[in-house]
Design a protein around this ligand. Sequence first.
Ligand SMILES: NC(=O)c1ccc[n+]([C@@H]2O[C@H](COP(=O)([O-])OP(=O)(O)OC[C@H]3O[C@@H](n4cnc5c(N)ncnc54)[C@H](OP(=O)(O)O)[C@@H]3O)[C@@H](O)[C@H]2O)c1
Length: 250
Amino acid sequence: MNLTNKLYVVTGAAADSDIGLAICKKLDECGAKLILVGRREAALIETKRQLTQQHHQIAAFDLSHLEDIQSWVKSLINQFGAIDGLVHSASYQGYSPLRTISPKQISQYLDVNFSAAVLLIAAFSKAKHFNSGASFVFIGSAAGQRGLKARTLYAASKAALSSMVQSAALELANKKIRVNCVAPAVVSGAKAELQFSALGEQQSQILVDAHPLGLSSPQDVANSVYFLLSGLSANTTGITLAVDGGFLAG
Ligand SMILES: NC(=O)c1ccc[n+]([C@@H]2O[C@H](COP(=O)([O-])OP(=O)(O)OC[C@H]3O[C@@H](n4cnc5c(N)ncnc54)[C@H](OP(=O)(O)O)[C@@H]3O)[C@@H](O)[C@H]2O)c1
C-alpha cells in the first residue's frame, strides 16, 4: 500500500526516539508527507535529515501546553492543509513507586500521554481538518493492559488512552475516521538498555523471558502503525493492537 500524497502528523518524532524515528522512516519509505512534532527543533531537523523524501515539515511544539493545542492544530491546517492521519507517539515515561507520587507527577504523565491525545483527536477531527478515510493511531503500551510494579502512573495513562480510542472510534465512525492504538511491550533500543541497566542482569533476564518471541524492534511497531494507517486495515477501528512478542499472552 502506497501512502503517496497522504499527509500525517507524527508526534514524538525526535531523531533520538526509538519508536518515533522508526515510524517516520517507515511512512517516508511509503511515500507519505510528514509533519514532525516534538519539543526540540534540532532533534526534528535530524529526523528530517535521515528521511529520503524532502517534502516533510517540522513543527516544534510542547504538547503539555494543553490550552494551546486547539489553536496550534488550526495553524498547522492553515499552513499545510487537511491531514490523512495522526500518530501520537510522544509520551512521558518513567517509574512512579506509590511512595514517591506527587500531584505534579500525575499531571506530567496524564498531560502528554492522555490529555494531549484527547485534545489532538478533538482538534484534528473537526470539519475540514481531515481528509476522507483519515486514520488516527495512538502509541499505548502493554503496561496499560496489565499491572506492573512501580508503573502506576505510566500504566494508567496508557490504559486511559486505550479506553479513549474505543469511545472516539464510535463517535468518529460516522465521519469515517478510524481510531486505533498500538501497544508495545519492551522494545529494543535506548529505553530498553536504560531499563536493563537499572534492573541488573538477573531481573533483566526475567523481563526478556516474559516476551516469548523476544523483544519487539522499533520497526515491528512501525509496521503495525503503517498497517493501521493504511487501507489494509480499512474496516478496523477501536482496537489496541499488541506488538509485544507474546508478553500479554502469559
Ligand atoms: N520504548 C519502549 O520500550 C516502549 C514500550 C512501550 C510503549 N512505548 C511507547 O512508545 C512511544 C514511543 O516510545 P519511545 O521510547 O520511542 O519514546 P521516546 O524516545 O521517549 O520519544 C518520545 C518523544 O516524545 C517527545 N516528547 C516528549 N514530551 C513531549 C511534549 N511535551 N511535547 C512534544 N513532544 C514530546 C520527545 O521529544 P522532545 O524531547 O524533543 O520533545 C521524545 O523524543 C511512547 O508513547 C511510549 O510510551 C515505548
